[in-house]
Structure formats: C-alpha cells, structure tokens
Design a binder for this molecule. Sequence first.
Ligand SMILES: [Fe+2]
Length: 399
Amino acid sequence: MSKDQLIEMARENIEHAKHGTVTLADDVYEVPAENYFAQDRFQQEIDQVFKRIPLMLAPTAELPNPGDYKSMEAVGMPVLLTRGADGVVRSFVNSCTHRGTNVVINETGNAKRFTCPYHGWTFDREGKLVAIAAREEFGNIDADCYGLKELPTLERAGLIWAILDPNSSLEIEPFLSGYDEMLNEFGFNDWHLFQKRTLKGPNWKIAYDGYLDLYHLPVLHRETFGSDMSNQALYHSWGPHQRVTSPSRHMISLEDMPEDQWDMTTLMMGVWTIFPHISIASFMGGGRSVMISQLFPGETPGESYTTQYYLMESEPSEAETIEAERQFKLLEYVVETEDYGTGLRQQRALEAGGLDHVLFGRNEGGGQRFHGWVQRILDTDDDNLNDLFRSNNARAAAE
Ligand SMILES: [Fe+2]
C-alpha cells in the first residue's frame, strides 16, 4: 500500500523531471513578519502547538532495549522516556511526585529503577512508585496514586511520539494521518544511532522554513552542495506532514526497470518532515543513513535548539565510520553556518520592523502549508482538535 504510493509519487516526479515542471500553489502567500518575533505569538505557539500536539521525541534507535531510558527537556517540560521490561516505550514527566525535582539527571542509560536524588523515592521503568524512603514515618499515602505522571506515547515506524500534557485527550493516530506507514518504509526500527549533537538557531519557524525549502539550495549552499542543485520542489502531504523531493534525473533512470525492482533508497529520496518540528533527510554517508533534525523553540522568540541524530541502517565498518563522520561534520557546517547563520540575520532584520510581511511563492507550497497548519491549530480549541485531524483525513481520503 505505502509502496504503491511511493511508486505513484516516483512516476509523478519522473513526469515533472522530463518536462522541467513542478506543481504550483494557487497564489503567493504572505506571513506577517511579527509571527517570527512577537512574544505573544511565540507563547501561543508553545502553549497551543508544542504543548498540545504530539512531538517526535526520540528515534527508537536511541532506546532500543528494555531498561534503556532518555531524559530531555521539551519546551521546558522535563521528560523521561523508558523502555519497559515488556518492550513498550513510555514517557513521563521527569518530576518526582514527592516534591518535583528531576528523578533522572543523566541524559541516557539503562536501569531497572530510578531513584530520586533528593529524598530517595524510587520508581520502576513503568513509572510505578515502588519505594518511599522512611515509609512509616512519612505517613499514609496511596503509592498507586503517586507514580510518575505518564504522557500519551506512541511508537511507530521506529520513532517515538509523545504529548507533553498528561491530561491530553488528543489521539496520536489521526494526527499521524497515515504518514507513519510511509515512514515505516525506512525501517528505522532496527537502525543504529551513530551520533547526535545540538545546535542553536533562530526562531523555530525561521529554522523550520529552511527544511521545507529547496528554492535556496543552489544559492545559499552553492559552496557546499553545489550550484547545480535543483531549486524546484514537489510536495506531498499527509495531514500536516510533508515530503519534499526535487524532480530528479535519477528518478528517470527507474523507468528502464520493472516496477518491482525500483529500489527503496530511490523511492524514499528527499526530505520527510513531521509537523511541527522534525525533518528527515537521506544521505549515503558511509552506507544508507539519515539525519533527523528535531527542533524546539528556545527561551525567547529569537532562539531555537535543533538536535541532529545521524542514523545508519547498518553498523558501520571502519571506512564507513570515517565517511559518516565526514558527512555529519559537513551537515553541521551547512546547517549551523549557512542555514542558521542566514536565519539569525533574517531574524534580526525582521525584528527591526522594516517589513510587515514575508512571502512564500507559488513554488514554495510546502512553507505555505506549514504556516497554514500552525495557524489552523492556533485557531482550534481543545475540544475540536481531534476533529481537525480526523476531518482533514476524511477529506484527503475522499479526494
Ligand atoms: Fe538549507
């Protein structure tokens, strides 16, 4: 089913590549400049997008085995992800139910139990409170009511989503809009985490715009990727999630072969973004690999953080390790110096107030769709959020 969709997209790509065309959005689209720097807008995006919508917090490769855990902060919320003895990933507010300090301080590890460093209360991998220090003296509480606060969590396609609100009634599945079935074709379930690092960047939407944007490739990245890169983009969407490819001569080469021999690497080409903050780009640095970029807004509208995870399909040999390191190093320069360097100048210029809006062309439909979805989510209250994704999926299925 998803393979059929990949073949259909490849055929569409081939047609565009042969004719030098792309599909265009209806019109040029304006985004108010202050959407990138106004404090109230920024706070709304944190509260109503990042704290309500499922976020992809970790690839499975980061915690593959029972007992593996990861602690992190996502827009200020301390989160603990654990894989239980049953193999199921759960996520919790990383805050001791006694007085609230972080139970786990180490970023990653493997443990059977987690003991709070403040008073020694202990929780198991399933979040259950299993020991209260000086229990008789502490007084009578129902330990079952004081497990770690669990967050709605779903592992799909080798990626782990969670909602940062323990009381959320949003369903993750309709939000994914079938996109997880497409991502599943990567087979991330048994890929390896090679390296990761975190970079600072401009406003999260300035940073994210770049991941949906192929228009800038031959200009901004002429020294690194080359000036012969295509500036054309084709967008496919599943709910708010979008895949970006450029019409490709390489895709045309598939036509000489029967469809059942079309290889997965070519069929999965391009950038796969997960709304609102993930981009997955494929590379051949030391064997089949991807860089997953995970963005979070920072403390102020003008700051963001991006964690880059370099995942490899197979455990690399020594030569592949050198090649993967070279590739990952190059990507650090491309993103930090070229993309975010430019983005920080853009941020400063917009904050100066000289422009009242910025533009997304008919050839930049991906950016248009992204900003449209941010606005749609801001305009939807909690009671109607499930419906927003369900009705969009129903509409897409009818088309
Ligand atoms: Fe870029």
